[in-house]
Ligand binder design. Structure first.
Ligand code: UT7
Length: 330
């Protein structure tokens, strides 16, 4: 009997503070019109307050997930936190989330694949279920992008926002859940999207801070081109392997980086706009949280048996697509 990893619940959390395009107009030389037409974003959420890290949002998303799915925290066996903005370089944010949510009998670790982090973590977590090793795995994507965004860089500060989303994975023997995945990495993409300092190559110094090297560096137009081609390519590969035509797809769940990337990907897959999950207009690019936050927002519209293609592209470069057969009606 083949075991698959079904997604059996979704939790999410976004902070209260809304950063609008109008407020960004006060910070940098931009306009609501430019941001809306070039990215599709109208507002994003920002986590304010002293000493507030990504875990604050991850904890809330996981707490909601455990409540919604009636899961006792002590029954969770593994928690993976997808994040590029960990509370600290160590210990892992996953450990902080597990501790705060009462997940005491699990092991937990962080996974960083930039904007593909959630898909990498989902694909990895699913393996522990498929192999029969574990019965309850939590995958949480949490990012406080505002911690590494340069609010004087008009090309980048307009895109990113903060948030967290989480899913529960449990075994299924009826063919629901994570059914296939194509994951890719190309390290030659490093020059186009990275954070220059703060790691072991360039530890923090007065000079690195003065040079604003602890912020996201992105050559947006280059990343944009790679994102469009690669996201659509892996999605097409998964669809071909699973013998799915565009008519068989109920939902495309794309990483929310730029509405134009999402539109181009959907176009190349032959999927109409009514089948594309979209919340970028409200949250911007929350990196590891975009895909679970889409599932969170659209959960009520999802039906048991729906074919979902989850697709992402991010720094590294990293990218991937996952085929999920949805396991429940909510
Ligand atoms: O999520 C992980 C992966 N990341 C992505 O997928 C992001 C991919 N990239 C993008 O979404 C886009 O490249 C950006 C939104 C970051 C930038 O949009 P773009 O259309 O690629 O703009 P650009 O950087 O090529 O700049 C075009 C023009 C430039 O002016 P000139 O040189 O043509 O006069 C920029 O200075 O737009 C200007 N510009 C702006 N103007 C007003 C850049 N940012 C802004 C702005 N407001 N905020």
């Amino acid at each position: 009997m083949k075991i698959t990893a079904a997604i059996t619940g979704v939790g999410g959390y976004v902070p209260d503070y809304v950063l609008t395009n109008q407020e960004l107009e006060q910070l940098v030389d931009t306009t609501d019109e430019w941001i809306t037409t070039r990215t599709g974003i109208k507002e994003r959420r920002i986590l304010k307050g002293k000493d507030q890290g990504s875990s604050v949002m991850g904890i809330k998303a996981v707490q909601q997930l455990l409540e919604k799915t009636n899961t006792r925290p002590e029954d969770v066996e593994l928690l993976i936190c997808a994040t590029v903005t960990p509370d600290m370089l160590f210990p892992a944010t996953a450990n902080i989330i597990s501790n705060a949510t009462g997940i005491k009998n699990a092991f937990s670790y962080d996974m960083n694949a930039a904007c593909s982090s959630f898909l990498y973590a989902l694909a990895t977590g699913a393996q522990f279920i498929q192999s029969g090793t574990y019965k309850k795995v939590v995958v949480v994507g949490a990012d406080k992008m505002s911690a590494i965004v340069d609010y004087s860089d008009r090309a980048n500060c307009i895109i990113f926002g903060d948030g967290a989303g989480a899913v529960l994975l449990e075994p299924n023997t009826e063919g629901y859940g994570v059914l296939d995945q194509v994951m890719r990495t190309d390290g030659s993409g490093e020059p186009f999207l990275h954070q220059k300092a703060g790691g072991s190559r360039r530890p923090p110094t007065v000079e690195t801070v003065a040079a604003r090297e602890h912020y996201i560096y992105q050559e947006g137009a280059t990343v944009f081109k790679f994102a469009v081609t690669n996201m659509a390519d892996v999605a097409a590969q998964v669809m071909a392997r699973q013998q799915l035509s565009h008519d068989d797809i109920a939902w495309l769940v794309p990483h929310q980086a730029n509405k134009r990337i999402i539109d181009a990907t959907a176009n190349r897959m032959g999927v109409g706009p009514d089948k594309v999950m979209l919340n970028i207009q409200r949250y911007g690019n929350t990196t590891s949280a975009t895909i679970p936050l889409c599932l969170w927002d659209y959960e009520k519209q999802l039906r048991k048996g729906d074919n979902l293609i989850l697709a992402a592209f991010g720094g590294g470069f990293t990218w991937g697509a996952v085929h999920v057969k949805w396991a429940y009606n909510s």
